[in-house]
Design a protein around this ligand. Sequence first.
Ligand SMILES: [Zn+2]
Length: 272
Amino acid sequence: MNVIMKHPLFFLILTLLLLISCLGGYDYLHYCINVRSGISSNQIHYVSKAVLTKRQYSQNGWYYDGHDWAYVRWHHRLTGTHTINGVQYHFAKNGKQTLPYRVNYHYQLSAQQGSNQRAHAKYIILHDIGNAGSGREGAAFMKATADSNQAYTNFVVGSQGTVYQIKRPGTVAWGAGTTANANAPVQIELGHTTNQTNFAADYHAYVNLARDMAGKYNIPLTLDRGGKETKGIKSHLWVSRHLWGDHHDPYGYLKRRGVSKQQLAHDLKNGF
Ligand SMILES: [Zn+2]
């Protein structure tokens, strides 16, 4: 032992440092580890609005109040930029996620419309609207006919990159047959446009939304890979081939607007 280590102050400082790292610093250490290695989780807590402003939490994972998302790690909401399940997320100073798209709730179904059943987190299913309708028109149609037609998706994207929320993510939508629906916490419809600038905005929001939700539900960012046991992002065409149905979307529409399946797979995997 050298002279410094024999000094009584040395032990006092050492004890103080240990105490600090056990209290506040403990979180900080884990925070550092998470930032370096990326976080992996698929826990989502569906909560009321008040929960998103709590000071302390007992459980880790995502928190969602129907509008806002937060991610809790070591009792507190994350702030700043973090990679979770391979997707980069940004959180504001108040701990709420800054979404990479804008959400419109005007055509959201009521609690009595559609299904409130929780879906298994296996697939994110991608569609296009299948007629010349815009995103807004598609969303309005779903709101008007969800129960009589028994058809809707969780989101419709379109009308210059707007994300219309029809039914909150995590719940079964009626878009692709019983098995697919029960295993898809998120189904996304893409509205049509013939304006290439508007299409670019729609396509960016479509891909950003799919990636955002895939990361949250711990679903791989792979497109149409494998059979029905393989988790991932799936086209309605894949669902028809592997589960049920005869729809081929969204590839026909995407191709007309200049996006190949390969391009979509690349963008879903890497983002923009
Ligand atoms: Zn479809």
